[in-house]
Design a protein around this ligand. Structure first.
Ligand code: NAD
Length: 319
């Protein structure tokens, strides 16, 4: 039977950024004749990381950037290699393929990457600005802060799908929307819930332990989101939160997990950022728009972040 909605692929969404990105790369030819240089550090034997690296390389080169993969045989030397790249003026952006140690040392290594070269937007300063809804790095409001690229990709997808209503003032464009985010990792789920709530949505943030609500309150009375605990995770509570949810976003690792299709409101928008398919085929009988993966948009955001870093550096030098 004919499905009422549509599946939208990340590749179609990322295409809308090609012109903006390649245009900016061209305009930087005077200072970066061969294109900005992104360095990726691979210090594990993870085939998924390898795939992501080769994919990043292809995308970089197709848009006029240079990409260099640096393989680190002994992970205990990764920190030194990052410091070298931090100090090397020919390197514009740095990213690390995680997990490396698979524990808190990975968070430490991420913070070793210089803030000025952190294309993924994972530096503590960027996170704190994001959580506090601060958009600029300087008082003059000339240097835009960087956003973590996977949550940013989901925001850009929601803009493409017109969930953001551009008749509303900037910063309130999700006013009245209810979103569910199944994942509260510090890399994606929690920053994503905060970004959506800062833009005016009521967000139910779900992890294996509990469900929280991120909101700017009645009438958007707060300038940044607040968090309320709604209770321990249960199927009943999740179902209740989904009852009038306009958007459901999943990011659960592991191939076994499937989001229950019968919790989805008729005509809701469903987006999956997990590398596993968190929705089964039946999602298409309920969702108005379904985005099965987000990786290609994430890479576009990474390159967009890198251009912003180069621009910020140039603005600082011209002061
Ligand atoms: P993580 O393991 O750090 O976090 C997983 C989150 O999901 C946790 O909050 C956990 O509590 C929650 N969770 C797990 N099982 C659950 C369940 N049954 N019900 C409700 N919540 C549950 O993982 P991560 O780093 O956030 O990555 C998650 C997924 O997203 C992975 O598949 C990863 O590959 C993918 N990912 C994609 C991109 C992208 O650009 N598309 C970027 C980063 C990560």
């Amino acid at each position: 039977t004919e499905k009422p909605g549509r599946t939208i692929l990340a590749s179609s969404i990322s295409k809308t950024y090609v012109q903006e990105i390649t245009g900016k790369v061209e305009s930087l030819r005077n200072i970066r004749p061969d294109g900005p240089l992104l360095v990726g550090f691979l210090a594990n034997n993870d085939p998924a990381a390898e795939m992501y690296a080769s994919w990043t390389q292809k995308t970089c080169e197709s848009m006029g950037f240079r990409y260099e993969l640096r393989r680190i045989e002994d992970r205990d030397f990764l920190e030194e290699a990052i410091i070298d790249a931090n100090q090397d003026d020919s390197v514009d952006g740095i990213m690390i393929y995680f997990p490396v140690f698979g524990n808190a040392q990975d968070q430490y290594l991420q913070q070793v990457v210089s803030r000025e070269k952190d294309v993924e937007g994972l530096n503590h300063v960027y996170y704190q600005n994001m959580y506090h809804n601060i958009r600029y790095l300087d008082d003059q409001k000339q240097l835009k802060s960087i956003l973590p690229c996977t949550p940013l990709a989901v925001v850009k997808i929601l803009e493409y799908l017109k969930v953001y209503n551009n008749l509303l003032p900037e910063g309130n464009r999700l006013y009245g929307k209810k979103c569910v985010v199944v994942n509260r990792s510090e890399i994606v789920g929690r920053p994503l819930a905060a970004l959506l709530a800062n833009d005016g949505a009521d967000v139910f943030s779900v992890d294996i332990n509990n469900i929280q609500k991120f909101t700017r309150g009645q009438g958007l009375k707060f300038t940044k989101h607040h968090v309320e605990d709604l209770g321990a995770y249960s199927e009943e509570l999740l179902k209740e939160c989904c009852k009038d949810a306009d958007v459901i976003i999943t990011g659960v690792p592991g191939e076994k997990y499937k989001f229950p299709t019968d919790y989805i409101k008729e005509g809701a928008i469903c987006i999956n950022f997990s590398s596993e398919k968190n929705f089964d085929e039946s999602v298409k009988s309920k969702a108005s728009l379904y985005v099965p993966s987000t990786g290609k948009v994430t890479i576009s955001m990474l390159l967009r972040n890198m251009l912003r870093l180069v621009e910020n550096k140039q603005k600082l030098q011209n002061r």
